[in-house]
Each structure stands twice: as C-alpha cells, then as structure tokens.
Design a protein around this ligand. Structure first.
Ligand code: FMN
Length: 223
C-alpha cells in the first residue's frame, strides 16, 4: 500500500511548487483601448485553447456586515453592456447582491498563464431574458433549479431526490416554467484587469477604469 502523505509531510513540497511563466506578454502597444474587445480576444483564445471550463469564473460578493464570499459560476452571455451569469436569487450570493450590488468576477486561465478580474455592479436581467435561457437548458437542469433551494441547509440528499421525483410528476408532459427565484445577473463593469504571467515574476498587469461612459483610463500596475 502506498504511504499517504499528510499535509505536514508535504509542507516542503508545497513550498517548492512553482512555475516560470513565459508563454506571452501583454503591452500597451498591442492591447485594445476598449476592455470589452480585449476581453473578447482573450475569451476567444481561452475557448480555442480547449482549457477546461473557459467560461468558469469566481464571483465574489460581500455581506451586509462586510464579510466576502466566493463561488464559481458560468459566464453565459457577454454583450456591450456587460457579462451575465444565472443563479438562484435566494442563494447566499443572491441575498448579498440584494443588499450590495458590488461584485467581482475572476477568470482563472492558469493554462494560459492569464487571469482577468472584472469589478462592477450586478443587476437582475429581465424575466424574458432569464426565461429564454432557462428553456434552452436540459429539462433535468430546469427541474434541478426547482428542486434546489440553493444555499439552504438540508438534512440529506434524499430530500433533493424526493423533490425531483415529485416535480417530474407535477410537470409531466408540460413545459417546466421559470421559477420566480431563478434568473440572470448582468454585471456592468467599472474596472478590468488583464494579467499575463512573465518571467522572474515580473508579470504584466493592464488595468482599465471606467472614467465616463465609454471612456476607459488605461494604466499598468506593478506585479
Ligand atoms: C464549474 C462550476 C460551475 C458552476 N456554475 C454555477 C452557475 O452557473 N450558477 C450557480 O448558481 N452555481 C454554479 N456553481 C455552483 C456554485 O459554485 C455555488 O456552489 C452555488 O451557486 C451556491 O453559491 P452561494 O451559496 O455562495 O450562493 C458552479 C460550480 C462549479 C464548480
């Protein structure tokens, strides 16, 4: 039987885990002056590179008393206004956004030695937009959205399985309607940061700040 290493025995190995980043560079002469276009370019490259879940992003929200929380969600739409993901409005993130719409989204594209961080404010999309996306999802996912009171405590897994069985009967041969508490958030960006790993830890960080509608101040941040 192989000996399982405890974290205590791995401490030295953890400290020695590191990579040099040498794939690419990011500089002022080649970036797009519009961060939405720069994001499109990097997102297209992330999809083309076939990394796992290129549209997965870590979304941070902040509770009323200032405690941050994070979770992964999937980007489902990008347009000239902002970026949309879908979730349960009564979830922890939904409750926090109701009190404080400030939000941060982070795309961790490690295989590309890249990271993008967008901060801004989230607002609910219209019921029509949410319904259109909801009905494009597989039926099991639609029923799953009904079955889960996301972020609430449950006694065990059977609670979900029984609920799903009940919902399958309730909506048998019927379209599954959009739940009241489920839908999209559109994140309207105020800042973008594009990070490209470089050698000797002297990474490139290009920061865009929304100064006035449509005008973006571009600066370079120290790594
Ligand atoms: C790869 C991945 C994708 C996910 N996508 C979503 C998503 O699009 N929407 C969502 O509500 N939860 C998604 N989740 C689950 C969330 O990370 C989280 O557990 C859930 O939304 C509850 O978060 P909250 O209690 O902080 O509100 C995803 C998780 C992973 C690992």
């Amino acid at each position: 039987m192989p000996k399982v290493k405890g974290i205590g025995n791995m401490r030295e190995d953890i400290a020695s885990l590191r990579n040099e980043y040498t794939r690419e560079k990011l500089d002022e002469s080649s970036i797009d002056i519009n961060p939405f276009n720069q994001f499109d370019k990097w997102f297209t490259e992330a999809v083309a590179s076939e990394i796992l879940e290129p549209n997965a992003m870590i979304v941070s929200t902040v509770s009323k008393d200032g405690m941050p929380s994070q979770r992964t969600v999937l980007l489902k739409d990008a347009n000239k206004e902002g970026y949309t993901f879908y979730t349960n409005y009564d979830s922890r993130k939904g409750r926090e956004l109701a009190d404080n719409p400030n939000i941060s989204m982070l795309f961790p594209w490690y295989e590309l030695e890249r990271q993008v961080i967008i901060t801004g404010q989230a607002q609910k999309v219209s019921r029509e937009i949410s319904a259109k996306y909801f009905h494009s999802r597989p039926r099991e996912s639609q029923l799953g959205a009904w079955a889960s009171q996301q972020s609430n405590e449950i006694t065990d897994r059977s609670v979900l399985e029984e609920k799903l069985k009940m919902l399958e009967e309730r909506f048998l041969n019927k379209e599954v309607p959009l739940p009241e508490n489920w839908g999209g958030y559109l994140v309207i960006p105020k800042t973008f940061e594009f990070w490209q790993g470089r050698s000797s830890r002297l990474h490139d960080r290009i920061f865009y700040q929304d100064e006035m509608e449509g005008t973006w101040k571009i600066s370079r941040l120290s790594p």
